[in-house]
Design a binder for this molecule. Structure first.
Ligand code: IMP
Length: 198
């Protein structure tokens, strides 16, 4: 099966390729399509569905869309749906680097004892305009005081998994995919795909 994925984020593409081994994943760029969907909704679910609908409208073929981010309890759930645009001075036209976003987040958390947080991933499989399934999964953790590890992307270096005793950026891709918000959401989408008639 071929699925168009509603992202041009190379890190997400790499993770998704491992998570969907029997599926040919094609990015909008692979198909020569310019795709930059504005994330206007205030929920991961709304944005994931919005991305899926927008890409489906362009390719008219099955689509997989992921909207994800980090929610920190002591910050009222921020960066949340704004994780990609976090700290942007002009609401996303200028985007901070991952390192700058992590530094900003750790500064905002200075002196805070409650460091619980979670990664969230809403994933939508859209088979046709009126046939789709969306799931949302989480991965619970604690915000570190300083970054650790070189793997992964985004907020991985500041996200600590107590059960592993490691940051997300210290995990192999295989281990991250087994535990992560995206890996858990993908497992549920895979179960849906397996249940579809040929
Ligand atoms: P979006 O889903 O394209 O809106 O981007 C989500 C943003 O959340 C990314 O740019 C990252 O900053 C962050 N994010 C999402 N998933 C992960 C992850 O697995 N690890 C680290 N950061 C993530």
């Amino acid at each position: 099966m071929t699925l168009f994925i509603a992202t041009n984020n190379a890190h997400k593409v790499k993770e998704l390729s491992e998570l969907f081994p029997g599926t040919l994943l094609r990015t909008p760029a692979d198909a020569g399509i310019e795709f930059d969907h504005d994330e206007t909704e205030d929920t991961f679910l709304g944005n994931s569905l919005g991305k899926a609908r927008a890409l489906f409208g362009l390719v008219k073929a099955p689509v997989l869309a992921d909207d994800s981010g980090l929610c920190v309890d002591a910050l009222g759930g921020a960066p949340g749906v704004r994780s990609a645009r976090y700290g942007s001075p002009d609401d996303g036209r200028t985007v901070l680097s991952a390192r700058e976003k992590n530094e900003l987040l750790l500064r905002q958390m200075t002196g805070r004892r409650d460091r619980t947080c979670r990664f969230v991933c809403a994933m939508t499989l859209m088979l046709s305009e009126h046939r789709f399934v969306s799931v949302q999964e989480t991965c619970e953790g604690r915000l570190l005081e300083s970054p650790r590890g070189m793997e992964g992307f985004g907020y991985d270096p500041v996200f600590f998994l107590p059960g592993e005793g490691l940051s997300m950026a210290e995990l192999t891709l295989e281990r991250k995919n087994a535990l992560s918000h995206r890996g858990r959401a993908a497992a549920r989408i895979l179960a849906v795909l397996a249940s579809l008639p040929d």
